[in-house]
Design a protein around this ligand. Sequence first.
Ligand code: ADP
Length: 505
Amino acid sequence: MRRLHVLAVTPEVFPLVKTGGLADVAGALPLALRELEIDTTTLVPGYPAVMAALTGAEEVRAEPALFGGPARLLRATAGGLDLLVLDAPHLFARFGNPYLGPDGRDWPDNAMRFAALGWMAAMVAAGGVVGIAPDILHAHDWQAGLAPVYLRYQDGSHQDGPHQDGPHRGGRHRGGRRPGTVITVHNLAFQGIFPAELLSALGLPPESFGIDGVEYYGSIGFLKGGLALSDRITTVSPSYAAEILTPDGAMGLVGLLRTRAGVLHGILNGIDDTIWNPAADRLIASAFSVTRLNRRARNKAELQDRFGLTAGPDTLLLGVISRLTAQKGLDLLLADIGILAELGMQLALLGSGERAMEAGFQAAAAAHPGHIGCIIGYDEALAHLIQAGADALLVPSRFEPCGLTQLCALHYGAIPVVSRVGGLADTVIDANEAALTAGSATGIQFSPVTADGLGGALRRTAALWRDQAAWRKMQRNAMKHDVSWRRPAARYAALYRDLVRERTA
Ligand code: ADP
């Protein structure tokens, strides 16, 4: 089998820069693909955290004027990945969240910042860097959405020469054939929509502003363009792939997505089990495994201590690790927070996001000392301890493309209590009568996603907890569930190979 070469384009990659699940995917998928004869080079923006982590950086291209300033493309390694880094200080030398300024709002020049990423990707894909000849250009989310767009318009009649502050045509494709293009939607809620007036500043030709290009209800849609012009579309679970073909789930893109349903695939995410491995996790108080489950108790004690909860092994401890936004549905828990005391449960919540929700959980913790603990912030180590010490992990999302926290929870024996949507529906086996009889349950699912639905799920959870033998069985099932990248990586590999075959046929 010929080795394939993929150019992955992503605005974040673990362990260098992460705001959510996309970073985990971008960091782990290349490692899993390597064993399947697929090499990945990952193109990322040169944020300060990325620049600081590089080893052996070598300049492979210089652009004197890329969207308003000089830029360099560096080839380097970090975090076990082969990287191309877009070092453009005028766009990316900013600390903190990659998308938001210090006032918590989008950077005003985000269109230019991520157009630069897409443009550079297209240039590399077209053969603009010696020694890199990708078979596949794989763009992740709206921030990379223009990569397949620039690549497509290089192909066609748009032959303008370089212009000073915009992207200009890069190199030549190998044998005149452009690489196959794939775009992955990690969350359709984020689409990268910008004013139409930016079209020429973005270096996009007038003909790109149409129904088959970047035009989106009179504006420019980065994700929309990528979805319209990529050879394949993937999203991160089969259920979410079906949901985004419905008017409710498609977030304004139902027409386009339905016309492209034939090339749309749902491929679940995995987790990196070298980072998430309860038997060798140095971020937790006590390593454990499915055959040494009793060692989990020390993590629970430590977690109760960290969150100021009353010590005790018998109280069901519910964990939450989440962005606090409407998507994640945690306002449903706040709406009826008294239910936790009623059911004799504790809550350890780690999260950050909308101020009102942060304040709501802080107030709940103050009102229920010893029963509700809340830490506002982002803390990777504490996330590990929650997975290792909580008895159950709550994920009540209104929609969830894949979700990673429930996968980690399965692996760490924290029983996931999840809404029946998207990837949550595809990864958790509900403890209904059939599954309990078959001995296959791994968690609790609920629907509809309302405060009542959640209340019902918490009551079922409390009832299951009272049967400790059944609970242990569920925990063991959960920990044996395959959450690795093995199966998902094989599906990406098959998709890439299929596309390469199609394009060379
Ligand atoms: P999303 O990408 O929508 O935020 P996912 O479940 O796909 O949700 O991925 C979230 C990732 O971010 C997980 O790896 C989770 O552990 C991590 N995470 C979320 N919030 C926090 C936090 N406050 N502290 C530490 N890790 C967090």
